[in-house]
Design a protein around this ligand. Structure first.
Ligand code: SF4
Ligand code: SF4
Length: 336
């Protein structure tokens, strides 16, 4: 089974070409939509449910969600939260975004998967992204509830059987054995998961005191061990970003490639930190001084290696360097 669909690869290629022709410097690649911040879990490393505690009862309307997606105009929309499947109109939100011919990835902890199958039909434009931080013991510890791992695995199995595209998202924390991830990824490969996304945990200020977060060099060494033993695994992160995670390439953050719309508005500047919220996408793009953020510029960015800041940087830099672009295309095709 192949990784990222060819239709999506072509859509992204045309989109990037269009931005280049227009000479745009700041533009989105993936929009993150958070139609609610409430969740049915309380994961140890989650900043969202703590940061948005005061608005956990707020739900975005379908119209507002679709208006924000239209305004941002990114080819890919990742629906997160909170747990998106708790939103009473999540089916309408997904269908509305698909009607706009965008690729939709819905991040879920799987607990409400039976409801998901009822309100969201399979589509080539849609994939579930199931949260899995490790094998049974590790995952259940990370989400602070026993039995969630088993539900997640059951969801993946059932979803594949019903013809859904399925990806997974794994956040890596301190104190886990890299070999455990090799077992996990191999199993998910065998189950027909389209692609696995990995990232190091980000130390949100609400949870930064916790020893589960790795420092940058520690994370790089960890990722070297993860990727070294993972031949043939379908990772969804692009190969240049995976090099970056291992400390083999260096990028500065380009957080504008992944703007985030929440129940309070557009996060300024990024998915991870919010110094405020903009009312419109236009306001976000024109009022944030992007150069104020990133490594060496803001102490909150020092340990950040998250895809929302750096995966886009890898693509943008490759657009300017033909050799890197060829390498990106070649390694992506070969799944390296
Ligand atoms: S499932 Fe996601 S949103 Fe819910 S608590 Fe865990 S990390 Fe946070
Ligand atoms: S480095 Fe990370 S935390 Fe800082 S602005 Fe970029 S994405 Fe946000």
């Amino acid at each position: 089974m192949a990784g990222q669909p060819l239709g999506l690869t072509l859509k992204l290629a045309f989109y990037l070409l269009k931005q280049k022709i227009k000479g745009r410097k700041y533009f989105p690649l993936t929009m993150i939509l958070e139609p609610l911040e409430a969740c049915n879990l309380t994961c140890t490393g989650c900043g969202r449910i703590r940061e948005y505690e005061a608005v956990l009862d707020r739900y975005m309307t379908v119209e507002e969600a679709l208006r924000a997606v239209q305004e941002c105009d990114a080819p890919v929309v990742s629906i997160a939260g909170g747990e998106p499947l708790l939103h009473p109109q999540i089916g309408d939100i997904v269908q509305g975004i698909i009607k706009q011919r965008r690729y939709v990835y819905l991040c879920t902890n799987a607990l409400l998967y039976k409801r998901a199958f009822k309100v969201i039909p399979p589509s080539k434009y849609f994939a579930f992204v199931v949260h899995l931080d490790g094998l049974r013991e590790t995952h259940d510890r990370s989400v602070e509830r026993k039995g969630v791992y088993d539900v997640a695995i059951r969801m993946i199995y059932e979803a594949r059987k019903r013809g859904y595209r399925v990806c997974t998202n794994t956040t890596l924390y301190n104190g886990t054995d890299p070999q455990e991830y090799h077992h996990l990824f191999q199993m998910l490969n065998d189950m027909g998961v389209e692609g696995m996304m990995v990232s190091p945990g980000f130390a949100y200020k609400e949870v930064a005191h916790h020893p589960i977060f790795m420092q940058r060099q520690q994370a790089q060494e960890f990722f070297q061990r993860i990727f070294r033993g993972a031949n043939g695994i379908r990772f969804y992160n692009n190969p240049l970003y995976r090099d970056f995670l291992q400390g083999k390439r260096h990028y500065q953050c380009s957080q504008w490639t992944t703007p985030t719309y929440t129940v309070m508005g557009w996060r300024m500047p990024c998915y991870l930190i919010a110094d405020g919220h903009a009312k419109t996408f236009q306001e976000l793009m024109t009022s944030v001084n992007w150069d104020r953020y990133g490594w060496g510029r803001d102490p909150r960015c020092e340990t950040c290696m998250m895809h929302c800041g750096f995966e886009g940087s890898a693509i943008l830099q490759a657009m300017e360097r033909p050799k890197e672009l060829l390498e990106l295309a070649w390694r992506s095709l070969r799944g390296q």
